[in-house]
Design a protein around this ligand. Structure first.
Ligand code: SF4
Ligand code: SF4
Length: 250
């Protein structure tokens, strides 16, 4: 009779994926060490009573097979295979409310550990991360080019089909509707608030210096090209403006 190998599981019944098992051990260790070497890691994990208070308070635990207690426990056990597997889909169930942090008697921050794991997953351009971030392409485009997350012109039925047919009515006469808002929101439909060219240029510098552009290029080259066209166009406008100001002062 053929020998049966036991598939290791975590959560209530999640088997470690075949993909994870095929990744060379050294590579999995490298990724988990990248998480553990983050300067925040030692501020987020102190020990664990295994009391389960974090999981009992976790809203995501009510809807998904997801437990902050298990993340903490797996780090303390240094369970490389499970932690690496969690970094593909499991961690994206966290809603980043930080109830776990507030309630943990050890002041562990499982939600913070998830932030680090997500950042490493994005930096390493994991396939699951690419798939998860795809629906947020329009939001990323808006955030990275204008610093605004959502704007009036994004409220379109094909952007948010789950918002129902009334969305079409909302799109009519958008500009007058914005103008009618009785306090200053910049009156723009392309951004939620006005962002000066100087602010945008400073923001692009931050994206450059922190490696965000590079990260995006690895994750979604098409979106990266669209964003860079807008960024370069704005940077050219800024340079021209600076030259004009220098000439005027000369
Ligand atoms: S931060 Fe994440 S892990 Fe912590 S309670 Fe909220 S959803 Fe759960
Ligand atoms: S609340 Fe803190 S001590 Fe209790 S299981 Fe969660 S991480 Fe561990």
């Amino acid at each position: 009779m053929a020998e049966q190998t036991q598939v290791r599981k975590y959560g209530y019944n999640i088997p470690i994926s075949e993909k994870t098992l095929q990744v060379p051990w050294e590579e999995k260790v490298r990724v988990i060490e990248e998480v553990k070497s983050d300067f925040r890691f030692k501020e987020y994990l102190f020990g664990c009573l295994n009391c389960g208070v974090c999981t009992a308070s976790c809203p995501s635990n009510r809807f998904f097979d997801y437990s902050p207690r298990e993340i903490v426990q797996r780090f303390l056990e240094n369970d490389i295979d499970v932690l690496y597997d969690m970094m593909h889909e499991y961690i994206w169930a966290c809603s980043q409310c930080f109830t776990c942090w507030i309630r943990c008697p050890f002041v562990n921050n499982p939600g913070g550990l998830v932030i680090i794991m997500r950042e490493v997953a994005v930096r390493n351009a994991f396939e699951a991360t690419k798939d998860l971030l795809k629906p947020y392409g329009r939001v990323l485009l808006k955030v990275m080019t204008t610093g605004n997350q959502l704007s009036a012109d994004m409220l379109q039925p094909d952007f948010f089909p789950d918002w129902g047919p009334k969305m079409l009515d909302n799109m009519e006469n958008l500009r007058p509707k914005r103008m009618a808002i009785p306090f200053d929101v910049g009156k723009s439909v392309k951004t939620a608030w006005e962002v000066s060219l100087q602010t945008a240029i400073e923001m692009y510098q931050i994206w450059r210096d922190t490696g965000i552009f590079e990260m995006l290029e690895r994750l979604d080259p098409n979106l990266y090209n669209v964003i860079m066209d807008i960024v370069e166009e704005n940077e050219e406008r800024w340079e021209e403006l600076m030259e004009e100001m220098e000439e005027a002062e000369a």
